[in-house]
Design a protein. Structure first.
Length: 117
């Protein structure tokens, strides 16, 4: 079973940038598609971006397209999310997980991103 640990969140002003990391342990993810998700206060968790195991197939939610970049380093068993031109509405707890989501893969603790206006 894979364990996922997200990091890199913080407080940033609108227009700023952050890079989130998702470190996997327990098993390799280099043959697994991965995704980033987020959950804002009072809202359901939503899809942000996904990347195939080889990094060739990438998808983004419309809300982040052109501002966020997902990438991965299979040698490090890590997935990244580069976020630029951040907006207050990007404020949320960000999570990574396998994609599509599997019921057997537990969610990590997430990393808080807060964008001030």
């Amino acid at each position: 079973q894979v364990q996922l640990v997200e990091s890199g969140g913080g407080l940033v002003q609108a227009g700023g940038s952050l890079r989130l990391s998702c470190a996997a342990s327990g098993r390799t993810i280099n043959r697994t598609a991965m995704g980033w998700f987020r959950q804002a206060p009072g809202k359901e968790r939503e899809f942000v971006a996904s990347i195939s195991w080889g990094g060739f197939l990438i998808r983004y939610a419309d809300a982040v397209k052109g501002r966020f970049t997902i990438s991965r380093d299979n040698a490090k068993n890590t997935v990244y999310l580069r976020m630029s031109s951040l907006k207050p509405e990007d404020t949320a707890v960000y999570y990574c997980n396998v994609f599509p989501i599997e019921s057997t893969t537990p969610w990590g603790q997430g990393t808080q991103v807060t964008v001030s206006s």
